[in-house]
Unconditional design. Structure first.
Length: 465
């Protein structure tokens, strides 16, 4: 845990950059509880519990990149600790230590280790619930452990209901380990209770399914990553040396790695949902299997040269960190994300003049204003009809296209805040088309700055005639 926590603090501010997904967390966390509830009825209900948690943290500690990302750092440390404990119980001290330290080094984990989104918290919940299951299967648990198991699975599901894919993974572990009938019954009760707790969220979130309409359909090349992970996991499982009558690493780790991956692929055949962050928690299984492989290496070296065995893990860590250093540095740079909401705010502050107007294309680029309101204090948002807070949305509600056109034609100078070509996403709406058309036909660009995926262009009205 300490290792992963320290690893997460390295470059936590990411050069004071915040990208669009984190900006959603930032702006919602600063709203009142009533405003958050209002918004969840329209959008992002799937992240409702996470937003309420971050609202409390922003209230206590104030907004900032540290408050935004530190929960993910702590959660990843908890997940790594769970891997270490499970690995030690199932395959020995070296396997546990190696697996726990490997978890934070995995590239996908490094990305979400410092991300102001809920996926690291879900991984922590998956780690705790799996550790509880291991405890119960080893005969160490009591009724309170089953209650805790169901509660943790439910809480993880409320953070992201796709985390319920851990239940079929645990089901496979029960079958693989030959669990007793009483264990099956108690697991079924706990799993049913957790599912029932999350079911209302699943049903209501289906009404907001358009939010994930941008996810592309499943293609063969999208399966390359899961296939590689499963191949690595299979190699780790082959190195597992289960003892008769004892729960094995393979019985826990391989289903944890494989079942969520396969399950998300299956769901994506019905509706495109395949994003690796939704099943980040499956990498707990990969870390366990990596730890098993390192533990096997320690035993092999120790059988020949006992004095050299303790050096195996440090050597493996040094080699892994050296190999992953370019990745580690890249994940901690602003360029690792598609854009930077904060960077363009300074350009807006520098380029604006008293009396200027501002428009945003698309509407969601208004997140720059939500995160950095001081930079826009002298600008009039002429397309906005209802603010994001009042309308219960992330981007606000804008005027009708004809009214936007009239408002723009009444201005002398307009600042356009938009994406660079690299960061652009989604199709243009009628309102966006009107904005760009009016600027192109009636205004001249006099300044244009692009920084970290965002762009601000200053337009001045052409003389009449």
């Amino acid at each position: 845990m300490v290792w992963t926590f320290a690893f997460g603090l390295w470059g936590l501010a990411r050069q004071n950059s915040v990208w669009r997904d984190e900006a959603a967390t930032w702006q919602v966390a600063q709203r009142s509880t009533a405003e958050i509830w209002h918004m969840l009825g329209n959008i992002d209900v799937v992240h409702g519990c996470y937003y309420l948690l971050m609202h409390a943290l922003f209230e206590w500690f104030g907004p900032g990149t540290t408050t935004l990302r530190l929960p993910s750092v702590v959660a990843t440390g908890v997940a790594a600790a769970c891997v270490a404990v499970m690995g030690r119980r199932l395959a020995g001290t070296w396997a546990g230590l190696a697996g726990g330290m490997a978890f934070g080094l995995l590239p996908a984990v490094q990305f979400h280790l410092q991300e102001g989104r809920p996926y690291a918290l879900v991984a922590a919940g998956a780690g705790i619930s799996t550790l509880l299951l291991v405890t119960l299967l080893q005969g160490r648990g009591r009724t309170v452990h089953w209650a805790a198991y169901g509660g943790v699975v439910a809480m993880s599901g409320l953070l992201n209901w796709l985390s319920l894919l851990i239940l079929p993974a645990h089901l496979a572990t029960l079958a693989w380990s030959g669990a007793r009938r009483t264990v099956w019954k108690r697991w079924a009760v706990a799993a049913a209770g957790a599912t029932a707790a999350v079911l209302p969220l699943i049903v209501f979130s289906r009404s907001q399914a358009s939010q994930v309409s941008w996810i592309p359909p499943l293609t063969w090349h999208m399966l390359i990553g899961p296939a590689v992970l499963l191949a690595i996991g299979g190699i780790g499982a082959l190195l597992d040396r289960p003892r008769a009558g004892r729960l094995s690493v393979s019985a826990v780790a391989l289903p944890l790695l494989a079942v969520p991956q396969i399950g998300l692929v299956g769901l994506s055949l019905v509706q495109p949902l395949f994003l690796d962050r939704y099943i980040l928690f499956s990498l707990l299984g990969l870390a366990l299997l990596i730890g098993t492989a390192v533990g096997a290496a320690v035993r092999a070296v120790g059988s020949r040269r006992p004095g050299a065995a303790p050096a195996v893990l440090p050597v493996v860590l040094v080699v892994a960190m050296a190999a992953l250093l370019p990745q580690s540095l890249a994940k901690r740079s602003p360029s690792s994300r598609v854009d930077d909401v904060l960077a363009v705010a300074s350009e807006v502050r520098r380029l604006q003049r008293t009396g200027d107007a501002v428009v945003f294309v698309p509407t969601f680029r208004r997140d720059t204003r939500a995160v950095s309101p001081d930079a826009f204090s002298g600008l009039r948002d002429i397309a906005l009809a209802r603010s994001p807070e009042d309308s219960g949305t992330l981007g606000g509600v804008e005027l009708a296209p004809d009214r936007i056109r009239a408002a723009m034609l009444a201005e002398r100078r307009i600042l356009l805040v938009t994406d660079t070509t690299r960061a652009a996403s989604g199709s243009a709406t009628a309102r966006d088309r009107v904005k760009t058309s009016v600027l192109r036909k009636h205004f001249t660009a006099v300044a244009d700055e692009q920084v970290r995926g965002r762009r601000v262009t200053v337009y001045e009205r052409r003389p009449a005639g």
